[in-house]
Design a protein around this ligand. Structure first.
Ligand SMILES: [Zn+2]
Length: 263
C-alpha cells in the first residue's frame, strides 16, 4: 500500500491565492502528490468564511473522478443545523469532519455538540480536531477537553491534530494515553519552522507510549508546500521505525479508520 496522507486543504480556483490561482485547487494538489509518490489524500472543505457557496457541497462536486481524494466536511457542531449538515455531508459522499474550535468559536465539550458527536459516533465518522494555539480563548479548546468527548463516545474516532503544539503537547498526550479511540495527528509538527512544532524526541516518545498504530501524518497543503512535505517524509523515514510502523503512520491508520466508517 502506498502513502495516503491526511489534512490537505482545497479551495476553488483563485480562492487561496489570487496571484497564483491554481494553488490550493484539487488539481494542483494531485500534481504535487504525484510528484512526491503519494497515492492519495484526505482533503478538507474550505472554511465557511473563505467561500461564498456551501463549502461541503463545493468539495463534493470538485473532487475529480477517479482520483484517490477523500473529502471531509467542515461543520460547526454547536450550530442548530449541524445534524442536518452531517447527514447531508454523508449523502454527498464525504467521509469525515474537520473541526476547528478557535475558528468556529465553540467550546469543545459544549453540551450543544453532544447530539452531533453521538451521530458521528454511530457512523464511526472520524472527527479531525485542530488543537494548538490559534487565537481566541485557549480555555475553550485546550486538548484536555477532548477527554470528555472521547470518554463519552468510545466508538468515535478522534484525530487530535497538531497534538496541541509544543504548548499543549502534554495535555494531548494525556488524552491520547487515556483513550484508545484518539489518534495523534502530526501535521505541521515535525520541522522547527512549523507553527505547532514538537521536538522529535516527543514524537518518538509518542510512538513508544501510544504506538504507531495511532499516529497519522498530514500535510497542511497549501499552507505548506512540496519542499516541506518532502522534508516531512524524510524526517519520518529517519525515525528508524519498522517498515510496518512507518506504513501505518503514512497511510495505514487513516485507511483503516475510513474502512470502518458505517455509511
Ligand atoms: Zn490545516
Amino acid at each position: 500500500m502506498g502513502i495516503f496522507v491526511n489534512h490537505c486543504h482545497v479551495f476553488p480556483r483563485g480562492c487561496f491565492n489570487k496571484d497564483k490561482p491554481k494553488l490550493g485547487t484539487p488539481d494542483d494538489l494531485l500534481g504535487l502528490l504525484k510528484r512526491l509518490g503519494i497515492d492519495g489524500a484526505v482533503v478538507f472543505a474550505p472554511f465557511e468564511y473563505k467561500v461564498r457557496m456551501d463549502p461541503n457541497e463545493w468539495l463534493s462536486e470538485a473532487l475529480p473522478e477517479g482520483a484517490n481524494l477523500i473529502g471531509f466536511a467542515t461543520i460547526n457542531p454547536v450550530k442548530r443545523n449541524s445534524i442536518r449538515k452531517l447527514e447531508k455531508a454523508i449523502d454527498m459522499g464525504l467521509k469525515g469532519i474537520k473541526i476547528h474550535p478557535p475558528i468556529m468559536k465553540f467550546r469543545i465539550n459544549d453540551d450543544r455538540a453532544e447530539a452531533f458527536y453521538s451521530l458521528a459516533e454511530e457512523y464511526r465518522l472520524p472527527l479531525v480536531f485542530h488543537t494548538g494555539v490559534h487565537g481566541w480563548l485557549l480555555r475553550n479548546y485546550v486538548p484536555i477537553l477532548l477527554d470528555d468527548v472521547a470518554q463519552a463516545h468510545p466508538d468515535l474516532p478522534i484525530i487530535i491534530e497538531h497534538i496541541g503544539g509544543a504548548e499543549f503537547y502534554q495535555e494531548a498526550l494525556a488524552v491520547l494515553r487515556n483513550n484508545e479511540n484518539t489518534y495523534a495527528g502530526i501535521t505541521s509538527t515535525l520541522q522547527p519552522e512549523d507553527e505547532w512544532h514538537i521536538p522529535l524526541k516527543d514524537i518518538t516518545k509518542l510512538i513508544r507510549v501510544i504506538g504507531a498504530h495511532r499516529i497519522i501524518y498530514g500535510t497542511d497543503y497549501p499552507y505548506r508546500l512540496e519542499g516541506e512535505i518532502e522534508e516531512d517524509l524524510k524526517i519520518i523515514r529517519g525515525l528508524k521505525m519498522t517498515p510496518e510502523d512507518e506504513e501505518r503512520i503514512l497511510g495505514g491508520n487513516l485507511r483503516r479508520i475510513l474502512e470502518e466508517v458505517r455509511v
